[in-house]
Design a protein around this ligand. Structure first.
Ligand SMILES: C[S@@+](CC[C@H](N)C(=O)[O-])C[C@H]1O[C@@H](n2cnc3c(N)ncnc32)[C@H](O)[C@@H]1O
Length: 196
């Protein structure tokens, strides 16, 4: 390889590494993102403007209509750090806050993409093992105790019948996109980064 092409390869490589993968999220005025959105449009309806994402590519064809802006895993969001002010998660399934390892994987990524004072809003049922309100606070505290520059506070609310008041006429679904998912609790996790 010539010295010139070796140099241009180096420049190309450093550009790719330095370049944030923003193609899904080009509009910097949009500071909210929903993860695992399925065929719904929760974020767009109640926290607009909001990007909707899900890991399952098949949804692009299965959902009629499909409101997804990006196919990506919650643990690997193609954007630069401190990009969003709110992350929304409804009925996580297959990812979430089940084990300490899962919680760490997810929170590491959410701490990266959220700005300081950013919020994670999680809605789910108390029987959902990926979001059990009774375990969530423990998982979050345990995660926080292992990190040095992030403080997390959690507020869990039992919604009872408030779900209709907060999010009127909205239907949540299980992974099949058809069977209704009952939401009974909401958790708001606020993060504060002490060094950016
Ligand atoms: C139970 S559905 C909830 C759909 C919608 N949020 C609702 O409440 O109606 C869970 C969704 O999470 C998605 N999902 C599963 N693993 C994921 C991951 N690692 N990252 C992002 N989404 C994931 C699934 O494809 C599915 O659409």
């Amino acid at each position: 390889m010539s010295a010139l092409s070796s140099l241009s390869n180096k420049i190309l490589k450093s550009n790719i590494e330095a370049m944030p993968a923003t193609s899904c999220f080009e509009d910097t005025d949009i500071k909210h993102i929903e993860l695992g959105a399925g065929c719904g449009n929760f974020g767009k309806q109640f926290f607009p403007p909001c990007y909707l994402t899900d890991a399952n590519k098949a949804l692009l064809e299965q959902c009629q209509p499909c409101s997804l802006d990006c196919i990506c895993e919650a643990q690997n969001i193609p954007c630069e750090k401190n990009r969003f002010s709110k992350v929304l998660i409804c009925n996580p399934f297959g990812y979430g806050f089940y084990t300490a390892e899962q919680t760490k994987q997810l929170l590491d990524e959410l701490v990266r993409v959220l700005e300081s004072e950013g919020k994670i809003i999680v809605l789910g049922n108390q029987t959902n093992k990926y979001f059990k309100p009774s375990k969530l606070e423990k998982q979050i505290k345990s995660y926080e105790s292992q990190t040095q520059d992030t403080e997390l506070s959690v507020e869990v609310e039992d919604l009872n019948d408030k779900i209709e008041q907060l999010y009127p006429n909205y239907s949540f679904f299980q992974c099949d996109g058809k069977t209704p998912a009952k939401v009974t609790h909401q958790a708001i996790i606020t993060l504060r980064k002490t060094s950016l």
